[in-house]
Ligand binder design. Sequence first.
Ligand code: 5AD
Ligand code: SF4
Length: 441
Amino acid sequence: MRRYHVTTFGCQMNAHDSERIKGMLEELGLGEAPSQEDADVLVFNTCTIREKPDQKFAAHLAQAAAVKRRSPDKVIAVGGCYAEAQRGRLFELYPYVDVAFGPGSIPHLGEWLGAGGFGLDRGSFGLEERSFAGELPMHRDRTFQAWVQISMGCNSKCAYCIVPAVRGREVSRRPGDVVAEVTRLAVEGVREVTLLGQNVNSWGRDLAPEIHTEFGELLRACDAVDGIERIRFTSPHPKDFRRPVIEAMADCETVCEHAHLPLQSGSSRILKTMRRTYTRERYFRLVDELRSAIPDLALSTDLIVGFPGETEDDFYDTMAAVEEVGFDSAFTFVYSPRAGTEAAAMQEQIPDDVKRDRIERLVDVVQRTAARRNAERVGRVEEVLVEAPSRTDQTLLRGRTRRNTTVNFSGEAAPGELVDVLIDGATSMTLRGAQAARVAA
Ligand code: 5AD
Ligand code: SF4
């Protein structure tokens, strides 16, 4: 049997795309290989959000090139966002790549791989051929957690971001198709679903006039599916977080008390040049609204330092915002110019040493704030979905709370079970505890 290996970079959307890529390759009769060396078809599902993922991929691909020199029969396929961004010159940059495909063209992968015959034509697909991967076969590594794609693409114009260029304009999946997939997953034993979209809160708008709906309604429809215990979603854009969604979060028992709400900058001036279309004050108002509707809500965020023109005062506003909001966790990024984006052409790019200094200070505030928030959980009982043995101590179990914090705890439960855990310790990243009682069989 011919075998494939998929290496994935980037976000959850990309990880989910990889599940479809694997599913398609299995449909073609290939089996999964444990490593690149053992595979006949090597797939790289790439990311290009910042320069770092680009570099990581280049290092991996150099290794793949060496493998191909030894065994010229191997097929090297490069998919995902980097492939799309470099579509004009990917084969020039990497002459040993056989197949390239963008994030929207996974459904066509089979044709390129010659339906098992490997009669390869070199080529790539672009945005004009996009279609939902939702109906494709899927290979899921996790049995009780699953991603469900609700939209593709993004209509925002954030000045720093390459995503609209590589994933195209937003297209919503039809509500019936989403609910059908969630129902199917529940029947297969999935207990937690994460709804995925570049901007989940604008989901549904493009379905009008045929269907009038919004994301809150979709949350309610998924909440009604039997067997699903937890619903998460990522990512919402603060500008589109409207009342019906907040109400659905508050009303639906399965919707977890967590929102990942990318702030990007705490300075209204920088938010404006980033084209985020909200101010610091409006973001704070949204946080207040969310917290008064959903007590105990956990908030996480994305922050960028060193955006063009960012002064020490602007940066200070970002640090102050972290403390003021009290984020439970935050992903912090150094601004990275992406070719073709508005910000890459801006004057006043920030020197690397200033960016490095700022990210260090920001990480410090983020960690202190997260540690304080986690410490507040000590003494409480949290519902934990058991995922696996702990990474650091095999005698402990690992799982996540509804608020999305990782817990290492002593107890006896199988992966996929929901258990109550009494929290007795906290760091900035994780909680510790001991199992109290079983919540559900
Ligand atoms: N430079 C740095 N960070 C970026 N992000 C997106 N584009 C860039 C860039 N050019 C960050 C944003 C986004 C997250 C997924 O990545 O914070 O929310
Ligand atoms: Fe995900 Fe953006 Fe990276 Fe594409 S470029 S994989 S959408 S993070």
